[in-house]
Design a protein around this ligand. Structure first.
Ligand code: MN
Length: 497
């Protein structure tokens, strides 16, 4: 599909697509080339240690430039990090303005496109195949990120598996600790991959998986869509690309992987095997404790010629936005089902793009903002604080939210507190007063706080009228401001007596 056809189907043109490219095949390399052309890649062409040093450099560059390491830990294989660490870059990758980002993501999630199975000759991810004597540490430059991490972790791997009952695939990003030559421990949160693994385990079977590393930004984003079970996230990636995603069958199992991935690790989650995993520095900027986790035995590693390894620096912007934007799209759609007057939402960066939700709402009747708050708490257990503001407040600007709370909120009247609900088990404040070994079913109990920072629907003249200066948005500064300061200098040099 060329750009012109794509445009007529409502798919935005992609500034980063090579001329005449099949947009389904857009790859990480296309995006990195685009970033480099626009000064957004920092190349570190010196030896860099995989333990901490690489992550420290990438963290410093996060949100400004992608970091590209040519000599990570003595490997010939480069590492890249931070190529989607700004909201504006993600909108650019999707081919839309930032204001249309959530709507575009929701539209793709609602209209997935079936993937296109290609043969090995058309699957760059299988140009090089390793099936025997696998040593992950020798094959791949896997960094150790944070101070107390228990060794190297794969943080940007799309874990793909099939539902043993229905055969439908699922994609998620899970943290994966590499603690053996061909052995890894994986964190399974109680979502779709977890359900597949438990179903396989009950039957005494291993669960075949593939871990795709180094995919384009659209496929990364699609992997984080919050969908019902048995919705293959790769089909949402296809919809975001505006063309079916080419996928290849793994060489040692039946899982289908993005054909243009840089690297694929194939393996099986073993039944009834658990090994220690952690500690690991997670998105709330705290560590998860060491616990017994499911184990992947690796059966193959395949990759492109000259592959690049992607690592996400935990808790930095790439990590936060990748989780945050698909959640925002889901939360917006969820709130709008009950409250069509909800206009926009934002998961704030200070709330680690998970816990604090800001909602812009066109209130027409008193009390409605509190209904919106309650609806948001029900949408996802991670939501801990909700602020509802009027349509004249920009929900993407923390100073605007604080202003609305400062001037439109009274704690005795406008505060909603719910105690003892389920929250994020990764929020350390939920552990206060609990024993260290609290069982999983007692973890994550959290209060919820909602702030109605909307003004009354009807108010006395000027009381809640935001100060504005007529013309502030329309004056033509280019026409009015002189090209140089000659007139000002002349004023200064005048003899003022
Ligand atoms: Mn899923």
């Amino acid at each position: 599909m060329n750009t012109r056809d794509a445009a007529t189907n409502g798919i935005p043109p992609f500034a980063w697509a090579p001329k005449g490219a099949d947009t389904g095949s857009l790859s990480l390399r296309d995006w990195l080339a685009h970033l480099a052309q626009t000064g957004r890649v920092a190349t570190i062409d010196k030896p860099v240690a995989l333990e901490h040093e690489l992550a420290a450099i990438a963290k410093r560059l996060d949100g400004t430039q992608a970091a590209f390491f040519t000599q990570p830990g003595g490997h010939a294989m480069p590492v890249v990090s931070g190529f989607m660490s700004k909201r504006a870059w993600i909108a650019e990758a999707m081919g839309v303005d930032e204001s249309a980002l959530l709507a575009r993501f929701s539209a793709a999630a609602a209209a997935p496109l079936e993937s296109k199975l290609v043969g090995r000759e058309d699957a760059p991810c299988q140009q090089v195949v390793h099936t025997s004597d696998i040593d992950l540490h020798a094959l791949l430059p896997i960094p150790t990120h944070s101070e107390h991490d228990n060794g190297p972790y794969i943080t940007a791997g799309l874990v793909i598996a099939r539902n043993p009952r229905t055969g439908v695939q699922n994609v998620s990003i899970n943290r994966i600790q590499v603690h053996g030559r061909d052995r890894m421990a994986i964190l399974l949160l109680p979502r779709h991959l977890y359900a597949f693994q438990r179903a396989a385990e009950e039957a005494g079977d291993a669960l075949d998986v593939a871990i795709a590393i180094g995919v384009d930004p659209l496929t990364m984003l699609a992997s984080q869509a919050i969908t019902p079970i048995d919705h293959d996230e790769l089909e949402i990636a296809g919809a975001l690309h505006g063309a079916p995603l080419p996928v290849a069958q793994c060489v040692t199992n039946g899982v289908h992987v993005p054909a243009f991935a840089e690297i694929v690790i194939e393996g099986r989650i073993l039944p009834n095997v658990r090994e220690p995993e952690g500690p690991f520095g997670e998105f709330p900027k705290y560590y998860s404790a060491k616990e017994a986790r499911e184990v992947i035995e690796v059966t193959a590693v395949t990759h492109r010629r000259d592959p690049v390894f992607h690592t996400i620096i935990p808790a930095e912007m790439e990590h936060l936005l990748l989780g945050g934007i698909p959640r925002e799209a889901t939360l917006l759609a969820h709130l709008q089902r009950s409250h069509p007057a909800v206009k926009d939402v934002h998961l704030s960066v200070g709330g680690v793009c998970r816990y604090h939700l800001w909602v812009q709402f066109d209130k027409k009747r008193e009390g409605e903002a509190k209904n919106v708050i309650l609806c948001a708490f029900g949408a996802h257990y991670d939501i801990k604080q909700v602020v509802v503001v009027d349509t004249d407040v920009d929900v993407h600007d923390p100073a605007e939210i604080e202003w609305a709370i400062a001037t439109r909120f009274q704690a005795d009247r406008d505060l909603v507190v719910i105690d003892g609900a389920q929250g994020s088990p990764l929020d350390p404040s939920t552990t206060v007063g609990q024993p260290d070994d609290a069982p999983a079913h007692l973890q994550g109990v959290s209060a919820k706080m909602g702030l109605d920072a909307t003004r009354p629907v009807v108010y006395p003249a000027h009381v809640f009228t935001r100060v504005r200066i007529p013309g502030q948005d329309t004056v033509d500064l280019d026409a009015l401001v002189a090209a140089d300061n000659r007139a000002f200098d002349a004023y200064l040099s005048r003899d003022h007596g």
